[in-house]
Design a protein around this ligand. Structure first.
Ligand code: ADP
Ligand code: ADP
Length: 226
């Protein structure tokens, strides 16, 4: 049984654009899937449907055994990392990481322990009392990762998380994301338009074109097929 599965998933926007057409993808527990394809092919729409930020026009999105089509984002047990970090500017790093857990009603002790663990993994200890504006882009993205990790979600969704970073940082951050994902074993769906990033990160690549799945396979199969 796939951990995350999309069955005949489609999205037609108001106005009639078929952004995603009959997509079928089965993602195994712990697998790292990267979605690639030209601009406008539907990557972001697909990710947002899994996240619950966009409604599903037809088909089913399952996380574990549950069909989650109609659940709110907060009830899906997923964590999303955004390109623009989406941190709360008025909160410290610690509070940004703790916020989702507080909302969920976790105990103070449990929250403190999870935040401490994540900040150790991400080497954020020196910055816990700072606000996001006092951090570099790379540090902000690590806080966004920390906020995702502390929730111990069933899946991570990444929407071009490294696009706002310079080339050198992109390379080191993508290594860091992959190491963390392996260590935690969390099923991941990652969108990028960077081919090298896709090759480095993916267990399997999904190539979208015109809203349809054009290819699914290991990176070398996909990029070396004639
Ligand atoms: P990608 O992430 O691969 O660039 P998108 O998922 O953003 O692709 O877009 C897929 C298609 O859906 C495009 O044709 C885009 O113009 C259209 N689209 C995206 N968002 C909306 C929206 N909110 N309303 C109408 N059309 C949209
Ligand atoms: P939950 O943790 O229950 O999903 P949150 O309130 O933490 O709810 O976040 C709701 C959504 O808004 C999340 O996707 C989060 O990443 C995003 N978000 C958080 N802070 C900001 C912000 N300052 N601006 C825009 N989006 C944000």
């Amino acid at each position: 049984m796939a951990h995350l599965s999309l069955t005949n998933v489609g999205k037609t926007y108001a106005g009639g654009v078929d952004a995603v057409r009959d997509v079928n993808i089965e993602i195994a527990d712990g697998e790292f899937i990267v979605l690639v394809g030209p601009s406008g092919c539907g990557k972001s729409t697909l990710l947002r449907m899994v996240a619950g930020l966009e409604s599903v026009t037809h088909g089913d999105v399952r996380i574990g055994e549950r069909v989650v089509n109609r659940l709110d984002p907060a009830d899906r047990d997923i964590a999303m990392v955004f390109q623009n970090y989406a941190l709360y500017p008025h909160m410290t790093v610690r509070d940004n990481m703790a916020y989702g857990l507080k909302n969920r009603g976790e105990s103070k002790a449990a929250i403190a322990e999870r935040v401490a663990e994540a900040s150790r993994m991400l080497e954020l200890d020196p910055y816990l009392d700072r606000k996001p504006r006092a951090l570099s882009g790379g540090q902000r993205q690590r806080v966004a990762m920390g906020r995702a990790i502390v929730r111990q979600p069933a899946a991570f969704l990444f929407d071009e998380p490294l696009s706002n970073l310079d080339a050198k940082l992109r390379v080191s951050m993508r290594g860091e994301i992959r190491r963390l994902q392996r260590r935690l074993g969390t099923t991941s769906l990652y969108v990028t338009h960077d081919q090298l990033e896709a090759m480095t990160l993916a267990d399997r690549l999904v190539v979208l074109n015109g809203g349809r799945v054009e290819q699914i396979g290991a990176p070398l199969e996909v990029y070396h097929s004639p």
